[in-house]
Ligand binder design. Structure first.
Ligand SMILES: [Zn+2]
Length: 282
């Protein structure tokens, strides 16, 4: 979920409704907050936003310590601010190759741009095994809509009550719903992405919501590097978020893992993927 407000109050709530289908499918409308924690920031090697990013996109750091990656991952891969059904116990991610489908719509044509963004994720995070299809049985649905249709689209997808509650609590601008099994396998994601509020909003929403759709379901307003910080507008896949997603889709990180289990494997995963900056002698 991408909030309209630049600095919304951090809220966390859980609307529960039993759903017994398919051995306990869990649906959660992703959003807000876990603390980033007090980390001494050591990110380095700042560089400009890549070509294709919005004009005002922030520059990014490209080297992070293992602790910075681990803190970010634990904050963003666990939790979400609106949940329906049983509480997912741990990591949520797809356990099979992901097929994404764009459902174009709205008054500004953004399908080609959305196509490029999916391609960007597929290329930069091979572990997603991400491809695009046009058949209706996609794993990830990306619905492009005008802002005026946002509320009605939510209602159609989740019912009036959930839509009303969600909008009242968070004033979302874009959003993603992720359905997963009790074991943490994501079975389906739907993202609603606004197309008629300018390039910056579109790019920010598209990159942000895809992170949710793939399983980084939380936000962290204290993390200065992620697109999943509601106070930031980014609009491209940062080195930092790419690293978190690469970790999530490493073979050693399994759906359903608890925080404790994830903590146990993360240092080795980060080393084996070569994601962290080597410790420098100073
Ligand atoms: Zn969000």
């Amino acid at each position: 979920m991408k909030s309209r407000a630049k600095a919304p109050t951090i809220s966390s709530f859980f609307a529960q409704r039993g759903d017994k289908r398919a051995g306990g499918i869990v649906a959660s409308l992703v959003a807000v907050a876990v603390a980033f924690g007090a980390v001494a920031l050591a990110a380095s090697d700042k560089e400009a936003a890549p070509p294709g990013a919005p004009e005002n996109a922030p520059a990014q750091f490209t080297r992070f310590t293992a602790a910075e990656l681990e803190h970010g991952f634990l904050a963003l891969a666990f939790g979400s601010d609106l949940r329906i059904g049983a509480r997912p116990r741990g990591i949520r991610r797809f356990a099979h190759p992901i097929r994404a489908r764009i459902i174009g719509g709205g008054s500004v044509s953004r399908s080609a741009a959305m196509y490029r963004i999916i391609d960007d994720y597929a290329r930069q995070v091979p572990g997603l095994r991400l491809s695009q299809i046009t058949a209706p049985d996609a794993d990830v649905e990306l619905r492009l809509i005008d802002e005026k249709d946002f509320q009605s689209a939510l209602q159609a997808a989740f019912g009036a009550k959930v839509a009303r509650t969600f909008v009242a609590r968070t004033d979302p601008q874009c959003m993603t719903s992720v359905k997963s099994t009790a074991g943490g396998d994501i079975v389906h994601s739907v993202s609603f992405i606004i197309v008629d509020k300018g390039d910056d909003v579109f790019l920010d929403c598209a990159y942000h919501e895809l992170l949710h759709a793939f399983g980084l379901s939380n936000h962290d307003q204290r993390n200065p590097w992620t697109t999943l910080n509601q106070k930031r507008m980014v609009g491209y896949l940062t080195v930092y978020d790419r690293a978190l997603l690469t970790i999530l889709y490493d073979e050693a990180v399994r759906p359903g893992m608890t925080i404790r289990q994830a903590r146990a494997v993360l240092p080795q995963v980060i080393i084996s993927l070569g994601l962290a900056a080597p410790t420098r002698g100073r």
